[in-house]
Design a protein around this ligand. Structure first.
Ligand code: ADP
Length: 264
């Protein structure tokens, strides 16, 4: 593990606390009273059938989605809100963006800026947010490109890279801001099967680097290997959660058993 992303081990940051979160789209309840506590630096994999609310839950963690009830805290800070007295008030756009610096997000479809080179994709946010000087951002980008094994692609255009390479760049880009938490929304589901492994290998490298990882994926083998916690969701609710061994090898609920029998 490179020192570049190992430094957080000294600080216990990235504790996630989700309390009674519900979210509806029209009459459909996408999240139904979800509560979850995740330790700083832990790795959590969320599994469940399509439409069970996994992606919605992930999106609430950086306020890409507004919750209807309940609240989310990262290291004690309310996500998307500020507490005054016993009331929560939604933050202004600028404050929300500032908060998102702490929460990296990796999308299913990479979402690299097509008009920027790999290096420009990486340095854009830290320079725009004045987190790093351009010179320091370029140095940091080089370190992260080494970690994802793509330093030789620094000057390439995203469209000239494979899907697996684009996703590894997207991960490096999210790490540029030194987030306390990294969220991965089905990071390998848009990839050809032969490219899945290289992306999972990069995520494995990040596990136990000190950054808290929350990963929505159908890759059960990967979950078994790296996850501290596995959360199984159905119909917007957490049906079962526990250690990877407990949930994946010895599930308590029939729904979990049936789901695993189908995906394994
Ligand atoms: P998963 O990630 O487990 O597949 P999602 O969180 O994407 O599930 O979706 C949960 C439910 O909420 C689904 O029924 C989905 O159709 C619905 N949903 C998600 N996003 C929206 C949206 N923006 N508008 C309306 N319905 C949505």
């Amino acid at each position: 593990m490179s020192e570049a992303i190992d430094y957080r081990q000294a600080h216990a940051t990235g504790a996630i606390s989700i309390t009674g979160v519900s979210k509806s789209y029209g009459r459909h309840k996408a999240l139904d009273d979800v509560s979850l506590e995740l330790d700083p630096g832990s790795v959590t994999v969320i599994v469940g059938p399509s439409g069970s609310g996994k992606s919605t839950l992930l999106r609430t963690l950086n306020h890409l989605e507004r919750v209807d009830t309940g609240f989310i805290q990262i290291d004690g800070d309310y996500i998307g809100y500020q507490r005054r007295g016993d009331k929560l008030y939604e933050l202004k756009e600028k404050a929300i963006l500032r908060q998102r610096i702490n929460v990296g997000y990796v999308f299913q479809n990479f979402n690299l800026f097509p008009h920027l080179t790999v290096l420009e994709n990486l340095i854009e946010a830290p320079v725009a947010h004045r987190q790093l000087s351009k010179r320091d951002a370029v140095t940091r980008a080089g370190e992260l490109l080494d970690i994802v094994g793509l330093r030789h692609k620094a000057d390439a255009w995203p469209r000239h890279l494979s899907g697996g390479q684009q996703q590894r760049i997207a991960i490096a880009r999210a790490l540029m801001l030194n987030p306390r938490v990294m969220l991965f929304d089905e990071p390998t589901s848009a990839l050809d099967p032969e490219l899945v492994g290289e992306v999972l290998d990069v995520i494995k490298k990040l596990a136990r680097s000190g950054t808290t990882l929350v990963i929505v994926t159908h890759e059960i083998g990967f979950a078994r290997e790296v996850a501290d916690n596995v959360v199984f969701m159905v119909d917007g609710r957490i049906v079962e959660q526990g250690s990877a061994t407990q949930v994946l090898n010895n599930p308590r609920h029939e729904r979990t058993r049936r789901f695993l029998a189908r995906v394994l």
